[in-house]
Design a protein around this ligand. Structure first.
Ligand code: SF4
Length: 337
């Protein structure tokens, strides 16, 4: 924008002003509107912006709201691809958390995930990722909340679109643009060793969530195809390195599936695996995706978490949200029907 503005004969400083104002104001994705409202900009510059600066490339096609307050946005891209973003109200009445997609579909084919069943179409650009953030920001404002955290956990595997994801994280986090802050952003991955290596080497000061879902490679291979290529031990070493580099505690995500990974033995194996690593365990509820799995019973979940805590691990259960509108973990399919 600086180059563009200078080329039009205006002071490049206006680019920085406009961008800051644009991100801060309302999350409006239409750049023209803030330009028109930004009285500090010369009128002739506003006219140039309206004529020649490309508009945003995505728009919200549908907003679904669940009775638990979860909001799901169906977002259409310039080529008609559809992705979903989710807004979850925080327990604090003025805050909300956002979940953003990084790819159209997903190639990982995790057995318990509806997105994985769809297959992969394409990567999202950095702009398409950031625009979801802006759509969510605007929707949070509509609900009198502030979008305070983002997790890259929607459709897709972020590490397979690392270049665009890193660009988008920088824009959402930085003071000059999204103003969210680095540690308010979590990258969630199923774990691919080469790409995780690259991510760790970048030393981004963001949170890392590793979707483990099993305490041993054999169990993991049953539900995550990618586990046939990469060992849990290697993933944990890299997560540990990120933790050491950034001081951010890694979250281990573990979706409890009845009869698959939820026995006392699995819990003890997980405790042994994580002993001394100071990582936190997040136990997730399986949300129905049409696959032949069932969520573990509340008694099983309690028994599992108690074993982890007896082994001095920090473990929590995460309340499932948005199931009513297919917006919960593993349910995003971005269909118009
Ligand atoms: S769980 Fe994540 S990585 Fe696995 S298929 Fe679903 S979207 Fe892809």
């Amino acid at each position: 924008m600086e180059r563009l503005f200078a080329g039009w004969g205006f002071d490049a400083i206006h680019a920085r002003r406009l961008l800051r104002w644009y991100y801060d104001s309302s999350g409006e994705v239409d750049l023209h509107r803030p330009a028109r409202q930004h009285h500090a900009l010369p009128k002739a510059l506003v006219a140039c912006i309206e004529k020649d600066l490309p508009l945003s490339s995505t728009h919200v096609v549908r907003i679904s709201e669940a009775s638990d307050g979860t909001v799901k946005l169906l977002v259409s891209t310039h080529d008609g691809a559809l992705v979903e973003s989710v807004l979850m109200p925080d327990f604090r009445p003025d805050r909300a958390a956002g979940c953003i997609s990084t790819q159209v579909g997903c190639a990982m084919a995790c057995d318990f995930c509806a997105t994985g069943l769809q297959g992969f179409s394409r990567n999202l650009s950095a702009g398409e990722i950031v625009e979801q953030f802006l759509h969510l920001k605007r929707d949070a404002k509509r609900l009198s909340r502030r979008l305070s955290t983002i997790v890259l956990m929607g459709m897709g595997e972020p590490l397979l679109n690392l270049e665009n994801v890193v660009k988008a994280i920088g824009l959402m986090a930085s003071d000059e643009a999204g103003h969210l802050g680095w540690r308010q952003i979590t990258l969630s991955t199923v774990g691919l060793v080469p790409q995780l290596r690259q991510f760790v080497d970048l030393r981004l000061n963001v949170q890392l969530a590793l979707s483990l879902h099993a305490p041993d490679d054999e169990t993991r291979k049953r539900i995550i195809p990618m586990a046939r290529r990469y060992r849990i031990a290697d993933l944990l070493e890299l997560a540990q390195e990120h933790q050491a580099n950034t001081g951010r505690v890694t979250t281990i995500q573990y979706c409890l599936l009845e009869g698959v990974n939820d026995s006392d033995d699995h819990a003890r194996a997980l405790a042994t695996l994580l002993a001394g690593r100071q990582m936190h365990v997040n136990l997730l509820t399986y949300n129905s995706t049409g696959q032949p799995y069932r969520a573990s019973s509340p008694q099983r979940v309690d028994a599992f978490i108690n074993i982890l805590r007896d082994h001095r691990l920090v473990a929590h259960t995460r309340r499932s949200r948005g199931d009513q509108i297919a917006a919960a973990c593993g349910q995003l399919t971005a269909t118009k029907a």
